[in-house]
Design a protein around this ligand. Structure first.
Ligand SMILES: N[C@@H](CCC(=O)N[C@@H](CS)C(=O)NCC(=O)O)C(=O)O
Length: 202
């Protein structure tokens, strides 16, 4: 088994997932901006030229960060990050999707529409990125209301892959200089909790 990864938001999700579980697997770090994902050999691993990719020993390739996490969770069930009971699993799935759609998604769209490297990947519309910045600010405010019950993490009081998706949004926010609006104390509490985890610097 070998993980192809990068210093980028979606690969970061799998890197953090592995680090939280304390698992070390064979890993190769590629350079997206250097064009590694556009090389013909990489396109054989993922026709969407995206990382992360998990190559299995039987020749299967897994893409999509959460699918890779799901596979790793099944192989390494200790320190569960995707729920230990049906209800926990469902809530974590719910919050992973909510974070992808409301927070991480807009962050990614802003990057795709503003970073020159992605000119070939999509028809860039910088004005659309500006609308998404405003939408993202509204969505952070929505999240603040959701967290106003005082829970530490997104799905419940246990850290999960939903928080890792939120961390990926913080990763993009730092890179793109996107600020969390002032006054969102519950979001700030959550941000401090995830930034305090030892894996943040790993
Ligand atoms: N839906 C995929 C998205 C993967 C993705 O967008 N990866 C980006 C880095 S964050 C990438 O490799 N981009 C390179 C490219 O588009 O050429 C996932 O969840 O893993």
């Amino acid at each position: 088994m070998k993980l192809f990864t990068a210093n980028a938001p979606n690969p970061f999700r799998v890197n953090i997932f592995l680090a939280e579980k304390g698992i070390e697997i064979d890993t190769e770090t590629l350079n997206i901006m250097g064009g590694d994902t556009l090389k013909p050999d990489f396109l054989k691993l993922n026709s969407l030229h995206e990382l992360p990719v998990l190559a299995l020993d039987d020749g299967t390739y897994l893409t999509e960060s959460i699918a890779i996490c799901r596979y790793l969770e099944a192989l390494y069930p200790d320190k569960p990050l995707m729920g230990a009971t049906p209800l926990e699993a469902a809530r974590i799935e719910m919050w992973t999707r909510r974070m992808e759609q409301q927070i991480f998604g807009p962050c990614g769209v802003i990057g795709l529409h503003l970073i020159p490297f992605f000119t070939e990947k999509i028809e860039q519309m910088p004005d659309y990125a500006e609308t998404q910045k405003r939408q993202l600010a509204r969505n952070w405010a929505w999240l603040d209301g959701e967290l106003s019950d005082g829970r530490t993490y997104l799905a419940n009081d246990s850290y999960s892959v939903a928080d890792i998706t939120g961390m990926a949004a913080l990763f993009v926010s730092s890179f793109m200089d996107l600020k969390i609006p002032d006054g969102l104390d519950h979001v700030r509490r959550w941000e401090q909790a995830v930034r305090a985890r030892p894996v943040w610097e790993s």
